[in-house]
Design a protein around this ligand. Structure first.
Ligand code: DGL
Length: 264
């Protein structure tokens, strides 16, 4: 079983890391569309076009199951991707909403994500289907701060404080009593300890873990036991930068990265 994992950049390596923990013997092929990152500030048509190119590449390279690790692509391009390829495709929005449903006692949840994801209201819709009320907020400064490696940096801690306290204030003004916060972007799990410190009363949902759990459930009997599968990495821009940043996101060294030109 070869699992394709797609993200706009290196952030989706948090999802790959969670998948590898749950299904170490599967083969993985990862594509980061680094040349066209960020997706989070682009329009739906552009995101869908880029995501479809990327998904087709992974399937041409032998992926038999696709995980769309990018929240923005999952929110805005999942149907386009499903229509473009003939393998099963799983996005992170539904799995994140499932985990929020399992976590929330009050039925009210907060979601932080990119501008495009929030504007699409994909999380809100998935939460509403599960009888949850969701309050969403875009946190566009967090992706560049994480890419910069400013994890414990005072600027990042202050930005988090401003975003999260504003989110709590606004959600309470809208008469919600949230107890769960969904990290609706690939980059935010790297800030999980800092987020938990800022809003200690919230249960934090990392959609990377939730997605890996669902893939493991779906594929467990199709993956051999007691072996370690192959890992292939591709990027559409500097492979050196991908290796350097990617190691931080994956938590282990990335030895080799192929450069691909997807055009478009
Ligand atoms: N991967 C994107 C997401 O999860 C964040 C980075 C981007 O904007 O491309 O929404």
């Amino acid at each position: 079983m070869k699992i394709g994992v797609f993200d706009s950049g290196v952030g989706g390596l948090t999802v790959l890391g969670a998948l590898v923990k749950q299904l170490p013997s599967a083969d993985y092929i990862y594509l980061g569309d680094t040349a066209r990152l960020p997706y989070g500030s682009k329009s739906q048509a552009t995101i869908a076009r880029y995501a479809v190119f990327s998904a087709r590449f992974l399937v041409e390279e032998g992926a038999e199951f696709l995980v769309i690790a990018c929240n923005t692509a999952s929110a805005l391009a999942l149907d386009s991707i499903k229509n473009a390829v003939r393998v099963p495709v799983l996005g992170v929005i539904e799995t994140g909403a499932n985990a929020a449903q399992a976590s929330s006692k009050t039925g009210d949840v907060l979601v932080i994500a990119t501008d495009a994801t929030v504007t699409s209201h994909a999380y809100k819709a998935a939460c509403t289907e599960r009888n949850l009320r969701a309050f969403e907020m875009a946190c566009p400064l967090l992706v560049p701060l994480v890419e910069e490696g400013w994890i414990e940096h005072p600027v990042t801690l202050e930005v988090l404080r401003v975003y999260l306290l504003d989110l709590l204030t606004q959600s309470r003004a809208a008469e919600l009593t949230p107890d769960t916060l969904v990290l609706g972007c690939t980059h935010y799990p790297l800030l999980r300890p800092q987020i938990e410190r800022t809003v200690p009363a919230m249960r934090v949902i990392d959609s990377a873990e939730a997605t890996a759990g669902q893939v493991a459930e779906a594929l467990n009997d199709r993956v051999p036991v007691d072996s370690v599968g192959a890992r292939e990495f591709y990027a559409t821009d500097s492979v050196e930068k991908f290796k350097r940043l990617g190691t931080r996101f994956l938590g282990s060294a990335i030895e080799s990265v192929g450069l691909v030109d997807l055009g478009g």
